[in-house]
Design a protein. Structure first.
Length: 213
């Protein structure tokens, strides 16, 4: 009889130890989960803004001298339907146009703007032929206004919700570092195929900011 009582007590004791062990393990898991939540809450969230954006479907980027003509003098060039465009040209000793300098890229309403001469008035013997070089550009000014420095290889951009690529892989003009530092404003430009786009968006770590073009 005494032996049975002893075995029963042993079984009860082992059971209590198992229950106690499980309770300790549960408390430990809850503690670790709570600590993870506290640490996550303490980490600052990324924050960034798109300050401005635009698309130039027909940007007059350059002018090719197909035929330099003759008896020109140094002067300026104008382009029809190209807002903001300005350029100048120089000639050699025979009045042949030998170089064109774009002072300001133009935002044109057509892919075939007409290039003409500005000032001074020209009286060439042989008329020059100048050919516009057109590009499509998207512009965006973006600011990291949060406390977190963002690796540019982890910041994703989307055009019209498609074709995702990282900020670094998109290779925009104006990006000079692997990191987008807290408080830094980036003035970026992308050259694209001549396709119209309506929306640009940036994503990092669950934070997404979009803008219309």
């Amino acid at each position: 009889m005494a032996g049975s009582v002893g075995i029963g007590g042993l079984i009860i004791g082992v059971s209590l130890l198992v229950v106690f062990s499980m309770a300790v393990q549960t408390i430990g898991n809850q503690f670790e989960s709570s600590m993870d939540s506290i640490e996550a809450a303490a980490e600052p969230l990324p924050s960034f803004t798109v300050d401005s954006s635009d698309i130039w479907l027909f940007a007059l980027e350059d002018i090719t001298i197909t035929n330099g003509g003759s008896d020109y003098v140094n002067g300026t060039l104008v382009a029809s339907s190209c807002t903001g465009f300005s350029a100048s040209f120089t000639v050699d000793s025979n009045g042949v146009i030998d170089a064109v300098s774009i002072t300001s890229t133009g935002d044109c309403s057509t892919s075939t703007p007409v290039i003409s001469f500005g000032t001074p008035a020209q009286t060439p013997t042989l008329t020059a032929t100048l050919t516009p070089v057109m590009k499509t550009y998207i512009f965006a000014v973006i600011t990291n206004d949060g406390a977190v420095t963002l690796p540019t290889e982890d910041v994703w951009l989307f055009l019209d919700g498609k074709d995702p690529q990282t900020l670094s892989a998109s290779n925009p003009v104006g990006l000079s570092s692997e990191y987008w530092y807290s408080g830094e404003t980036l003035d970026l430009r992308w050259e694209l195929s001549p396709t119209n786009h309506a929306r640009l968006a940036f994503t990092y770590g669950g934070t997404t900011v979009g803008t219309t073009l």
